[in-house]
Design a protein around this ligand. Sequence first.
Ligand SMILES: [Zn+2]
Length: 117
Amino acid sequence: MRKSEIRRIRKLALRRVERLLDFAVNHYESYPDYAVAAVRTAQRIAMHYRLRLPPELRRRFCRRCGTPFTGAGTFRVRVRSRRSTHVVVRCMACGFMRRYPLGREKLKYSSGSKSAG
Ligand SMILES: [Zn+2]
């Protein structure tokens, strides 16, 4: 398989993943089972094609239980500033927690005690 072909297929796969996640987020309230199944399928496609999902897609679902993060009630976000500033996203369905570091560039230049909004 040629390289350009692989790239084309990956692009298509990524589009499918996006569509599945859209579906999951939009239909979670009325069809939670289908929504979770859609997330699982999206995860499988991403794995199969070894796609690196962009952050805005990765943060739209719980990678452990597959619950799409649709809004209040499905996840909880906390900002923690001890050690390094980071955001903690907690899935309300299974309790899985994920940390996302914040302001890495800023920390590089300042010695850390003050943090800007
Ligand atoms: Zn979960």
